[in-house]
Design a binder for this molecule. Structure first.
Ligand code: AMP
Length: 305
């Protein structure tokens, strides 16, 4: 079953202590769609300007990402620029140019409105709600957000949450949203705001998953070489939503969500191995399978005879 993905499509300029690359494909929807496409066909919704390379449409086609919901409009594509500190954990946003994003109103093609799995990648919560308004009967809605929306458009975010099945956010955002220092308390408090499930990402320290009766904690895949952490969270969300859609014969339950979190972590671990989406462009199903198995072995603490 396919996944509808909406979010930002950007041209990013990213600087790390060793490298800098300008105007590369980025944006929450780009990473999320690529991540999800390893598991399920994707219906992509977003906006780009006249300067957006045609070759990226070819890339989407090659990855069974249907870009019928990507509007190309007069003006420039959304641009974001960030710089990482030496530890590759702290990041400073250098500039943001909304450009064609400023007047963006996501409009779903008729054929997208029946999608059962939806990933609202990071964009303004009012736009995320606007997408849901156009859908007929989604079965499972995953949403991502960021500190900016918690700070500036909190009422919009609160209106969205009861319509979301799984909210994904990182540890600092969970604390910011609840004023709780304990992530356990924060995760539970966010569940009370609406979403049945909440996933809290802890960067290189893994993730936590909260459900009505269950709790799950997993590590992150230990990587030696990180080149560009940009989009790790978006790729994680894409992997989660894509995996859930791929097992859509089953009801989404906690066991499925646990596996989805591992697949999300595996996908994110590949995304950061190269700049922009370059690692995802040449990633294979076999590599994903191998890393998933490795994850399983590493997480086992009772060694079987
Ligand atoms: P992450 O590393 O998961 O925070 O995601 C980084 C991506 O988010 C970059 O590719 C940016 O283009 C995109 N991005 C940055 N700021 C925003 C924003 N305000 N709204 C939507 N996408 C954004």
């Amino acid at each position: 079953m396919s996944v509808l993905v909406v979010g930002s499509i950007a041209l990013d300029t990213v600087k790390t202590p060793v490298e800098e690359h300008a105007d590369q494909l980025g944006g929450s929807a780009s990473y999320a769609a690529a991540g999800a496409s390893f598991f399920a066909p994707v219906q992509l919704v977003g906006v780009v300007g006249e300067d957006f390379p045609e070759s990226e449409f070819e890339f989407w086609k090659s990855r069974r990402i249907d870009a019928a919901g990507v509007q190309r409009v007069p003006g420039k594509t959304f641009r974001w620029s960030g710089e990482y500190a030496w530890d590759l954990n702290t990041r400073e946003t250098r500039s943001v140019a909304l450009n064609v994003f400023e007047n963006f109103e996501p409009e779903l093609p008729e054929t997208f409105r029946d999608a059962k799995f939806v990933l609202l990648a990071n964009i303004a919560p009012a736009l995320q709600s606007h997408v849901l308004d156009q859908m007929r009967q989604p079965r499972f809605v995953v949403a991502d957000t960021m500190d900016l929306w918690i700070e500036t458009t909190r009422p919009d975010l609160e209106a969205l949450l009861p319509r979301v099945d799984l909210l994904i956010l990182n540890d600092s955002e969970a604390r910011q949203m609840t004023n709780e220092t304990s992530l356990i308390r924060a995760g539970r408090a966010i569940r009370r705001m609406g979403p049945n499930y909440v996933a809290v990402k802890k960067g290189e320290h893994g993730a936590l998953l909260f459900g009505p009766d269950d709790f799950f904690s997993c590590g992150a895949y230990p990587l030696e070489d990180i080149h560009d952490p940009t989009g790790a969270g978006d790729t994680f969300a894409g992997g989660v939503a894509g995996y859930l859609a791929s097992v859509s014969g089953n009801e989404v339950d906690f066991a499925g969500l646990r596996k989805a979190l591992i697949y999300g972590s595996v996908l994110a671990s590949f995304a950061v191995e190269a700049f922009s989406l370059n690692r995802l462009r040449r990633l294979t199903d076999e590599e994903i399978g191998d890393r998933y198995e490795m994850f399983k072995l590493m997480s086992q603490f009772e060694v079987l005879a």
